[in-house]
Design a protein around this ligand. Structure first.
Ligand code: PLP
Length: 463
C-alpha cells in the first residue's frame, strides 16, 4: 500500500468499502479525498481545484454551496426534522413537492411516491407494475423489458433491469426470468453498413415486437428506458427510435416506464428528456436533480389508472404495504421544493438550453481527433468515444485502460469527468457558464493529446 500510515487515505482504506470502485486500486493507491466545493468547482484535501464536469454523478445541477438550499434544509430541520408519510400522516413539504412534480411532468400524472434513490424508484416501478396487474386480474402480465447497456440502479430488482454485465457478474443477476433485455440503440456500434438511423430504429422496434410475441404479449407488463442512456455510454437515441418503440408498446398494451433519473430537470434542453424525444410516459422515475443532490430523494409518478387499481387492491389487505422510513423525508422534500423554485425563478433550464449549442459544438471539435471514433450528445450531456482505429471503429483492448488513462490526465489537469470504459462522459452542473464550458473542453483537449502521446508510445493505435 502506498498510502501514508495514519493519513485520511490510510483510514479510508482501513474502514471503507467503496461503491463502484476498483477495490484493488483504491487499496493500493488510496482514494481521492474531496474536501469542499463551490459553484462548479471542488477542492481535494491537498487544496487542488477541479471543475466537476460530471456534476458529481450527473446530479448537482445547481452546483455547490447554494446558500438558499442550505438555509432551507437548516430551517426545515429546526421546524420539523422528521415526520413520515406512513398510515396517512403527512407534512407540508411532502405535499408541496408532490404538487410541483405533478404539475411539471409531461404525462397524465395522478400521484407521486417518494423514495431516496433512483434505484429504489425503479424498484417501486417494478412492484407497482406487478401490484397493478394483479389488481386488474392479469396475474401473468409481469415481465419487464429493459435494454442491453441500460442503467436503472443496483438495488436487487433494479440491478435486474440494468443491462450491464459488470453489474450482474457475481451478484446472480438478473433475479429471474421476469427481466428481459432488448437491443441497445447504439447506432455508432450496432448499425449495419449503410443503415440509416431511421432504418436502425425500425429494426430495433421490429426486434422488440418479435421479443414480445415470442414471450407472449399477455406476459409483458412494461418496457423501461432512459431517454438518453447515461452509464451505458451516453447513448442518444437514433432518429425515430422512441416513436417506433412506442408504437409497438401500444399495440401490445405494454406500459412505458420512463427513467428520467439523469435526463429529468433540464439536462437535455427541455425540462424532461421525454419532451426532447417525443416520449409519452405511462409512469416516470425521477431522482438526482430534484434536490440538485443536496438531499437524497427520488420520485415515482403514476397515472390515475394505476392509482385507482392500487386503492381497490390494497383494501383486500387493509394497507398499501410499500414505503420507506425516509419516503418524502421533510428536509429532503423542502430542499426539493426550493430547488424546483430556483430552476423556475432563475430560468435554469432555459439558460442551459441556450448554452447547449456551444457545449455540443465544443464536443464536436474532437470528432477529428485521431483518438476519437464518435462524438455524441444532446443538451448539456455528451461523450467522446475513444477508439484504436477511426476507420474500422476498433476498440482498444480493455486491459490497456485507455479511458482510465485519459481520465487521470483530465484530473491532473483539473477536470473531473467520467470514463465509461473508453467513453469519456461530460455532464456539468447546469449553472456552468460559457467561459467554463470553454475551460472544460480546453482541459479535455490537452488531456486527450497527452493520452494520444501515451497511446502512440505504447503502440496501442490500430491504424
Ligand atoms: C438512469 C438512472 N436510473 C437509476 C439510477 C440509480 O440511481 P441511484 O444511484 O440514485 O440509485 C441511475 C444512477 O446513475 C441512473 O443513471
Amino acid at each position: 500500500m502506498s498510502v501514508m500510515p495514519g493519513s485520511a487515505a490510510a483510514r479510508d482504506v482501513d474502514s471503507l468499502l467503496h461503491p463502484y470502485t476498483n477495490l484493488t486500486l483504491v487499496h493500493d493507491q488510496g482514494p481521492d479525498i474531496i474536501e469542499r466545493a463551490e459553484g462548479i468547482h471542488v477542492w481535494d484535501d491537498r487544496g487542488k481545484k477541479f471543475i466537476e464536469g460530471l456534476a458529481g454523478l450527473w446530479c448537482t445541477s445547481l452546483g455547490y454551496g447554494n446558500e438558499e438550499l442550505a438555509q432551507t434544509a437548516f430551517e426545515q430541520m429546526k421546524k420539523l426534522s422528521y415526520s413520515h408519510l406512513f398510515q396517512g400522516k403527512s407534512h407540508e413539504p411532502g405535499i408541496m413537492l408532490a404538487e410541483k412534480i405533478k404539475a411539471m411532468v409531461p404525462m397524465e400524472a395522478s400521484k407521486v411516491f417518494f423514495g431516496c434513490s433512483g434505484s429504489d424508484a425503479n424498484d417501486t416501478q417494478i412492484k407497482l407494475m406487478w401490484y397493478y396487474n394483479n389488481a386488474i386480474g392479469r396475474p401473468r402480465k409481469k415481465k419487464i423489458i429493459s435494454r442491453i447497456k441500460a442503467y436503472h440502479g443496483i438495488s436487487l430488482a433494479a440491478t435486474s433491469l440494468t443491462g450491464l454485465p459488470q453489474m450482474h457478474a457475481h451478484f446472480d443477476a438478473p433475479l429471474n426470468d421476469r427481466f428481459l433485455h432488448t437491443d441497445v440503440p447504439y447506432y455508432y456500434r450496432f448499425a449495419e453498413p449503410g443503415e440509416s438511423e431511421e432504418e436502425f430504429s425500425t429494426r430495433l422496434a421490429d426486434n422488440l415486437e418479435k421479443m414480445i410475441l415470442a414471450e407472449d404479449p399477455d406476459t409483458i407488463a412494461a418496457f423501461i428506458a432512459e431517454p438518453v442512456m447515461g452509464a451505458g455510454g451516453v447513448l442518444v437515441p437514433p432518429a425515430g427510435y422512441f416513436e417506433k418503440i412506442q408504437a409497438v408498446l401500444s399495440k401490445y398494451d405494454v406500459m412505458f416506464i420512463v427513467d428520467e433519473v439523469i435526463t429529468g430537470l433540464g439536462r437535455t434542453g427541455n425540462p424532461f428528456g421525454s419532451q426532447t424525444f417525443n416520449i409519452k410516459p405511462d409512469t416516470m422515475s425521477l431522482a438526482k436533480a430534484i434536490t440538485s443532490a443536496y438531499q437524497p430523494l427520488s420520485a415515482v409518478v403514476i397515472p390515475e389508472k394505476i392509482y385507482t387499481a392500487i386503492v381497490a387492491a390494497s383494501e383486500d389487505v387493509g394497507n398499501f404495504a410499500h414505503g420507506y422510513t425516509f419516503s418524502g423525508h421533510p428536509v429532503a422534500a423542502a430542499v426539493g421544493v426550493k430547488a424546483l423554485e430556483i430552476y423556475e425563478r432563475d430560468k435554469i433550464f432555459e439558460k442551459a438550453a441556450a448554452l447547449s449549442p456551444r457545449f455540443q459544438q465544443c464536443l464536436q471539435t474532437f470528432a477529428e481527433h485521431p483518438l476519437v471514433g464518435n462524438v455524441r450528445g444532446v443538451g448539456m450531456i455528451g461523450a467522446c468515444e475513444l477508439v484504436a482505429s477511426k476507420s474500422t471503429k476498433a476498440a482498444f483492448d480493455p486491459a490497456a485502460k485507455v479511458g482510465a488513462y485519459c481520465l487521470k490526465r483530465c484530473q491532473e489537469n483539473g477536470l473531473i469527468i467520467r470514463a465509461l470504459g473508453d467513453i469519456m462522459a461530460f455532464c456539468p452542473p447546469l449553472i456552468v457558464s460559457d467561459d467554463e464550458v470553454g475551460e472544460i473542453f480546453d482541459i479535455f483537449g490537452r488531456s486527450l493529446d497527452e493520452t494520444l502521446d501515451w497511446v502512440t508510445r505504447e503502440g496501442l493505435l490500430n491504424t
